[in-house]
Design a protein around this ligand. Structure first.
Ligand SMILES: C[C@H](N)C(=O)N[C@@H](CCCCN)C(=O)O
Length: 475
């Protein structure tokens, strides 16, 4: 057998094997996305059963990115990924997700009420809410919210580490094949997780006796299944690596921490990272305010507004794999990023100016549909483009640095938008009477900056020939 034949006959050349690997990786991510939002629809119940006021809930939700952003955990995660490989990091991230989630469950369970842990947490980190406002704990925060925040912080490290590991794993199995399609399918499955949890979590909680901890318990069990999926993946990964053997270029030139300088000094890398933070800061933080924004403009109940918003993750889930497939076969990655930014600007401008003027449900649906298409175009093009820009030895770290920069935006923008809502609505105390024009213009302006970066990226690609506009699969 020639050397070339030997390379061709690895596990990744079997369609069933590589898609099997994807199912294992995507399942773990799916369960991670479910846990991420498991308490989002239960804020009222948390207030009734566990005395979490909106400030306590806000601190809990913000704790997810805390260690990643302020303790640079994501940067370490990238180094671990590049040094130790996909299977080690997958199992590590699955375990961290599971353990963090288990702590979170304990904190909201009945077992925590009256326990010595509750007494301890009551006296733990009673910090004043200082102006720089980054502390996940504050004086007077319920003990269960503090303990949940600790669990959620670790879960946040695990889920973001899993995110970069899964992307790295997909590149390992699909490079030169249906890579963008595989990433699109993985993200579509994750979006379905978000849709499932919005509807499923309140249903599980409302089974008699009503319990806020029941959905969390189910989500923790699902994370255990996710960890098992990662362990099964590790066996496949080990077999693939054995087959790749001495043909693996990365073995001859292993990752060194000093190589990180190559990432930080690359102009094209910064264009992608900044585009990512600007774009995602106008998506995930918008999600947190979208229901209230629709309620204020349409005088709808939260349920009615929720049904309009529901189209967004489901629409994105339906379209992303097709766009991934398009990218694999036809290319046009940079153009897709530009188009995605344009659609986002149109959507946010229509929510800023047209929706308050018309109060039309049709305008709301059209805006959400445009945003769903945008949220398919940009992720479908962005993540599969990174391997074209960065040396494969540094890919884990490159994804990690992009996630880290993105996490700074995801941490800051919910707070920035909260302040903008307050300052642009002086004297308004009823949360159903806010005018969202200025906050939506802020989101639209993020889209404008993302668009400028998209053009710069396309120009840089044309100049340096990174191949962003070329297909992934060579005929
Ligand atoms: C929030 C997270 N850091 C993120 O960026 N998620 C992306 C998917 C990244 C690819 C994961 N394998 C998203 O669009 O949800």
């Amino acid at each position: 057998m020639t050397n070339t034949n030997k390379i061709q006959q690895t596990l990744r050349d079997s369609k069933a094997a590589r898609w099997g690997a994807l199912v294992l990786l995507a399942s773990a991510m799916f369960f991670g996305y479910i846990f991420m939002d498991i308490l989002s629809p239960l804020q009222e119940l948390l207030q009734i059963q566990r005395e979490w006021d909106p400030a306590a809930y806000g601190r809990y939700a913000g704790s997810e990115t805390f260690l990643n952003v302020f303790v640079f955990f994501l940067i370490f995660a990238g180094i671990i990924l590049d040094k130790m490989g996909v299977r080690f990091t997958a199992i590590l991230s699955g375990s961290v997700m599971f353990l963090g989630a288990a702590v979170n469950y304990y904190a909201v369970s009945d077992a925590f009420v009256g326990s010595s842990a509750e007494t301890f947490m009551n006296n733990f980190m009673n910090l004043p809410l200082s102006w720089w406002n980054i502390t996940p704990f504050f004086d007077g925060m319920p003990a269960s919210a503090k303990m949940s925040a600790i669990g959620f912080m670790f879960f946040g490290c695990g889920v973001e580490m899993a995110g970069i590991t899964v992307s790295r794993g997909i590149v390992k199995w699909f490079k030169g094949k249906e890579m963008a399609l595989a990433m699109g399918v993985e993200m579509a499955i994750a979006r379905i997780g978000v849709a499932v949890v919005v509807l499923g979590s309140p249903v599980l909680a409302s089974i008699d006796p009503v319990s806020v901890s029941r959905p969390v318990a189910v989500a923790v069990l699902l994370l255990l299944i996710g960890l098992i999926s990662f362990i099964c993946y590790a066996f496949m990964d080990k077999k693939l690596e054995k087959q790749l053997g001495e043909n693996d270029e990365e073995k001859d030139d292993p990752f060194k921490v000093s190589d990180l300088g190559k990432i930080f000094s690359s102009k094209v890398f910064w264009l992608v990272a900044l585009l990512c933070v600007l774009y995602y800061s106008a998506i995930f933080p918008f999600q947190k305010y979208a229901i209230n924004m629709l309620q204020c403009n349409l005088s709808f109940s939260a349920e009615q507004a929720g049904w309009i918003f529901f189209v967004f993750p489901l629409g994105a889930a339906a379209i992303t794999p097709f766009l991934g497939n398009f990218l694999d076969k036809k290319g046009k990655g940079a153009t897709m990023l530009i188009l995605g930014a344009v659609l986002m600007i149109v959507c946010h401008l229509s929510f800023a100016l047209l929706l308050p003027a018309t109060q039309s449900v049709l305008v709301a649906y059209l805006g959400i549909v445009l945003l769903g298409i945008s949220f398919s175009l940009v992720p479908a093009a962005l993540w599969p483009s990174v391997p074209k820009l960065v040396d494969s030895r540094l890919l884990g770290s490159a994804y990690a640095v992009i996630f880290w920069i993105q996490n700074i935006g995801l941490y800051a923008f919910p707070m920035i938008i909260g302040s903008v809502i307050q300052s642009s609505n002086p004297g308004v105390t009823n949360p159903l009477e806010y005018n969202y024009t200025v906050p939506m213009l802020v989101f639209a302006s993020l889209g404008v900056f993302a668009l400028i970066l998209g053009f710069m990226l396309k120009a840089e690609d044309k100049k340096k020939g990174y191949g962003l506009e070329l297909p992934n699969i060579k005929e």
